[in-house]
Design a binder for this molecule. Structure first.
Ligand SMILES: Nc1nc2c(ncn2[C@@H]2O[C@H](COP(=O)(O)OP(=O)(O)OP(=O)(O)O)[C@@H](O)[C@H]2O)c(=O)[nH]1
Ligand SMILES: [Mg+2]
Length: 350
């Protein structure tokens, strides 16, 4: 799946204006009647819930809208060029690359059907009918259509989820995701089975709960080790992180600090609400070490669950807590966004 792409886009060329004179029997000196060219089409980027990635841009790098048609005699306007709508996943951030090479934000398409016009079509030229004056009643000039805007656009998909499961490779993220949602990710006893973020939905009577798994993180992920941390961008817009630890790992407590460190090094994730889940407690060796692990967590004020993604033990409780924390986080967000709205009221007259 493709989550970042740079493309070139261009608005359509405007159609040229037409030079023509009315020639009709019994109408001498019919005058200029050349029509205007049609405007070029524009390029629009639109967020569609039916699109999952930027696969459309795998090979295609250039997107140009339709050209406007030429004007013609009888003052007929040329046809407008067709607009080009490019569908991208909801959660796509649109940047334009300026001459200095910098990426400048144009839009954040975070709601379905939200759209942004990224390149305007060129204006159509004027036909000679427009140039007639009292002095020059038979102008032989028309203007050319303008070129459409051209731009380099960078698209970056950042999934919008309620919860994101993060953890070391093999900790059981896919197993957990398939236990609580309808997603069917591949599960296997080797690291990096999951190489792409996977989305799952937990249906709820109020609203569906969207949960994602991102590929496993290892120490040094922020430097590009393992699959690197590029997938952490999908955790940027989640409301809650679930740290999934492999209870059977001999270094389970160190695993937690490694994970914490990698997450903290990624912008904007350090302060996200989180839950820790220690997985695979169905295994006897994990049971044996549980008192030590529990003692360790008792001191750290994070909610912790001891679960088995395979047997389902404590998984429902984990989901319930996750929903509760997500609700709380969205209420906090709402309060914060309301606080930002400034209301201007006229001052009363004295
Ligand atoms: N005993 C036991 N095994 C588990 C449990 N959860 C996962 N496993 C096993 O752990 C292995 C890895 O599971 P996955 O779900 O693929 O782990 P993952 O974190 O998605 O791994 P990557 O995608 O490779 O990062 C598989 O062999 C699972 O069967 C559990 O609760 N108990
Ligand atoms: Mg996996």
């Amino acid at each position: 799946m493709i989550y970042k792409r740079e493309i070139k886009i261009g608005g359509g060329h405007g159609g040229d204006g037409c030079v023509s004179f009315r020639r009709e029997k019994y109408v001498p000196f019919g005058g200029p009647d050349g029509g205007d060219g049609g405007d070029g089409g524009s390029v629009i980027i639109i967020a569609s819930p039916n699109v999952v990635d930027l696969g459309l841009m795998r090979r295609k790098k250039e997107f140009i809208a339709g050209n406007g048609r030429r004007g013609s005699s009888w003052r007929k306007h040329g046809k407008k060029g067709e607009d080009l709508a490019i569908s991208v996943p909801v959660g796509t951030v649109v940047f334009t690359r300026v001459d200095s090479g910098e990426e400048v934000l144009l839009a954040d398409l975070s709601t379905p059907r939200q759209k942004v016009l990224v390149a305007k079509g060129g204006r159509g030229g004027l036909g000679n009918a427009r140039f007639a004056t009292a002095v020059d009643q038979a102008p032989e000039i028309a203007s050319k259509g303008e070129s459409g805007e051209e731009r380099h656009i960078v698209l970056e998909v950042k999934l919008i989820t309620d919860t994101c499961i993060v953890g070391q490779p093999n900790s059981g993220k896919s197993t957990l995701l398939s236990a609580i949602s309808k997603a069917k990710p591949e599960i296997a006893d080797y690291p990096f089975t999951t190489r792409q973020p996977i989305l799952g939905v937990i249906p709820d009577y109020r609203r569906d709960f969207i949960i994602a798994e991102i590929p496993g993180l290892v120490e040094g992920a922020h430097l590009g080790k393992g699959l690197g941390n590029e997938f952490l961008r999908h955790a940027e817009r989640t409301r809650l992180l679930i740290y999934l630890l492999d209870g059977s790992s001999p270094t389970v407590l160190d695993d937690l600090s490694t994970l914490d460190k990698e997450i903290a090094l990624y912008k904007g994730l350090a302060h996200k609400p989180k839950i820790v889940a220690v997985n695979k407690i169905d295994l006897p060796e994990v049971q044996a070490r549980l008192p030590e692990v529990k003692q360790y967590f008792a001191k750290r004020g994070v909610p912790v669950f001891y679960i088995s993604a395979v047997s389902g033990q404590a998984v429902l409780e984990l989901v319930r807590k996750a929903k509760e924390m997500v609700d709380q986080a969205s209420q906090d967000e709402e309060i914060a966004s309301q606080a930002q709205i400034t209301v201007f009221r006229p001052k009363p007259r004295k």
